[in-house]
Design a protein around this ligand. Structure first.
Ligand code: HEM
Ligand code: HEM
Length: 190
């Protein structure tokens, strides 16, 4: 079966039409972003592009800075879905109706959970690619980066399975990803 069954049949993995449209759009945008970043960031290709090398250098600097933090923002947003569901469950357990603002945000967090995660994976891939091009070193920073990227990829596949059945793997991988990223960021800050 293809990554996501996009046909409007009962067998479709994504049932919500709006979410399906957003996922489709995020896949297209991520593909364009990955392809153009690959062209700009690969020195052997970039030198043949009809763009001054100073502009290309500036683009890579922006991509390098922007992509790693954009990936973090995307991952934090994906986590927000878990946080709002917990808040709603907590309110229900106390027999109180959840706050309107939480219900509103829950709808946004659910519909954008997968599209934003797909974009975040694209950003993480570009950041990893630029870091590897700059030369790989044997240290905790690079090891946690590579492990985080691997975990993110498996997490995304477990997410596709999560549409079909409830399982714990998606949550366990989320915790592993966040732990690896905390070490990764702290390592490079200090
Ligand atoms: C899920 C994937 C990843 C995320 C979200 C991520 C995120 C980040 C962030 C936010 C920083 C900035 C930390 C700071 O300035 O203190 C950073 C730095 C760094 N990361 Fe990653 N990273 C990921 C994967 C990777 C991979 C695969 C590599 C390479 C093997 C890597 C190599 C580096 C390096 C070398 C730095 C320090 C230099 C720089 O800021 O560009 N990262 N990463
Ligand atoms: C392309 C990537 C992803 C896909 C396809 C995906 C898919 C899903 C789906 C279908 C659900 C169930 C939603 C529901 O209850 O209706 C879910 C829940 C969840 N996702 Fe994701 N997700 C992805 C990425 C991520 C990322 C990057 C994170 C964390 C940083 C994350 C964290 C969670 C958590 C914590 C839950 C709730 C726990 C659970 O029900 O397992 N997901 N995801």
């Amino acid at each position: 079966m293809s990554m996501i069954e996009l046909q409007n049949t009962n067998k479709a993995i994504i049932k919500n039409a709006n979410e399906k449209r957003l996922v489709r759009l995020s896949i297209i945008l991520t593909t364009i972003f990955l392809f153009s970043s690959f062209l700009f960031c690969t020195p052997a290709i970039a030198k043949h592009l009809p763009i001054p090398s100073s502009i290309c250098g500036l683009l890579v600097t922006i991509l390098n800075f922007g992509s790693k933090w954009a990936a973090i923002i995307g991952i934090a947003f994906a986590m927000a879905w878990y946080v709002v569901t917990k808040l709603i469950k907590h309110a229900k357990s106390k027999n109180e109706p959840p706050k309107k603002i939480i219900i509103k945000f829950a709808k946004i967090a659910r519909q954008f959970h997968v599209p934003i995660s797909i974009l975040a994976l694209g950003f993480a891939l570009v950041h990893g690619y630029i870091a590897i091009l700059n030369g790989i070193k044997l240290n905790v920073g690079y090891a946690t980066g590579l492990l985080a990227l691997g975990t993110f990829i498996i997490l995304s596949f477990s997410g596709i399975r999560r549409y079909i059945s409830k399982h714990k793997l998606h949550l366990i991988l989320t915790i592993a990803l966040i732990a690896l990223l905390i070490v990764h960021i702290i390592y490079f800050i200090f």
